[in-house]
Design a protein. Structure first.
Length: 241
């Protein structure tokens, strides 16, 4: 058997080269299902979300590895390649490298004696799309086993570091109305950009609020400045009519 780093790199490259743009995930999904060991059985599945479990033992903690198999659209980064000790290509970091780790780990565990933990696997698609396309809420509602998991590990890119208790996010749409006018007579208009700047400034000035839960520090803050800039530009177009 090849050394582990080489095996993970080859598996990652294999997954990179399979088309997997969001909403076009059938090929990568079916390929992943062929890689699962016989010891994992489908406990629950919904549209584009699957939970696979071993035979659960009483009083043994369940750890679930989770990863999404879809990617954003390609940007001339296919096919992938291995260069300077790293895998390059569409989704190599987010998150086919993590999928390769999960797949190889459950395959290795299937060939060893049961350890101190039961290890399951969640595979899901449509992660790169807006929240209304997210298949995980339905999986969480329909599976009692996933709700009783002792630890879930999402193998998103962290540069090899453990990031316990990562934050979710809230996406808000703010609309600022104005009245169109000519730039030569601005006093006849009501500039939507000015309203947006005044309305957003207090939000951006709010200091992060930190809370410690079970030893993990969570800090909430507004970080979507790129989205804010887009909305300001959108407001400008609206103001000009």
């Amino acid at each position: 058997m090849a050394p582990l780093p080489e095996r993970l790199a080859r598996r990652t490259l294999e997954l990179v080269d399979i088309p997997s743009q969001s909403c076009h995930e059938a090929e990568i999904r079916e390929h992943l299902l062929t890689l699962l060991p016989e010891g994992l059985r489908p406990e629950s599945e919904t549209d584009e979300a699957f939970l696979f479990l071993p035979d659960l033992r009483p009083d043994v903690p369940l750890v679930v590895l989770a990863g999404h198999y879809d990617t954003v659209p390609g940007q001339e980064n296919l096919p992938g390649r291995i260069e300077d000790g790293a895998v390059h290509g569409l989704g190599a970091s987010d998150m086919k490298g993590g999928l390769a780790v999960a797949i190889e780990l459950v395959r290795d565990l299937a060939d060893t004696k049961p350890g101190a933990l039961d290890v399951g696997l969640v595979l899901f698609g449509r992660e790169e799309l807006p929240p209304e396309h997210d298949p995980l809420p339905a999986l969480l509602r329909g599976s009692s086993a996933i709700r009783e998991t002792s630890l879930a590990i999402l193998l998103e890119p962290t540069d090899g570091r453990i990031q316990a208790g990562c934050l979710g996010n809230v996406i808000a749409k703010l609309t600022f109305h104005g009245t169109s006018g000519h730039s030569a007579r601005p006093w006849l208009a009501d500039n939507a950009i000015a309203h947006a700047v005044r309305g957003l400034a207090p939000l951006l000035a709010v200091e992060p609020r930190r809370a410690v839960v079970d030893g993990l520090t969570f800090a909430g803050q507004i970080i979507e400045t790129g989205t804010t800039s887009y909305r300001l530009a959108h407001a400008s177009r609206a103001a000009r009519g």
